[in-house]
Write a protein that binds this ligand. Structure first.
Ligand SMILES: [Fe+2]
Ligand SMILES: [Fe+2]
Length: 189
């Protein structure tokens, strides 16, 4: 739960970073409004998790945390299309894949409170991936790029090129993320 709290804190920073960093992109106000709403969701997720930690005699910062989310942010800081491909479409979409398993594990230990928090987070993250997909398509269209192959190229150049299956196809499809974008990348290794 501490590791997830750390991810949510990074998600708050990433939402505001996209707003501030790409302010000179040729994007409508609706783009920035979407990320303000996402920052608000992520802040809510972080608060739910820090409350949970506090109720369990712990707090955020008690354990070491990895820096891979922020490393991806730095790697994609020069192009909005790379940022969208890697942050919402790889990393947040990965959350859709892993959350159901985490909910099951927590339920099995009897920690229904933790399971309930992750269930809320998992449901809300679908809309974040959907926002990423929508703006990824918008920018591909304005640059006259074919979105599926562009996504695959960006994952190969800006990430390690490999996406770990199994995928939560149902949740990804609800987010408007087509299988043929990401499934070919699960076979590269
Ligand atoms: Fe979140
Ligand atoms: Fe999110």
């Amino acid at each position: 739960m501490h590791a997830i709290t750390h991810i949510e804190l990074n998600a708050i920073d990433l939402a505001w970073d996209i707003i501030a960093r790409f302010r000179n992109s040729d994007l409508p106000l609706a783009f920035y409004d979407d990320w303000v709403n996402i920052a608000n969701d992520e802040a809510k997720h972080f608060s739910m998790l820090t409350n949970y930690l506090n109720q369990n005699n712990a707090c955020y910062g008690d354990f070491p945390a990895h820096d891979s989310l922020w490393e991806s942010a730095e790697k994609t800081s020069d192009d909005i299309l790379s940022r969208l491909a890697i942050v919402p479409l790889v990393l947040e979409a990965r959350g859709l894949d892993t959350t159901p398993g985490a909910i099951n594990k927590l339920s099995a230990t009897g920690d229904t409170k933790a399971a309930r928090i992750l269930k809320i987070i998992g449901e809300e993250e679908i809309s974040h991936v959907a926002t990423g997909v929508r703006w990824f398509h918008h920018i591909c269209k304005s640059r006259e790029l074919e979105p599926a192959s562009t996504f695959q190229l960006l994952v190969k150049s800006q990430f390690n090129g490999f996406l770990k299956p199994p995928f939560a196809t149902y949740a990804r499809t609800l987010a408007g993320f087509p299988r043929f974008y990401y499934e070919p990348l699960s076979k590269l290794r």
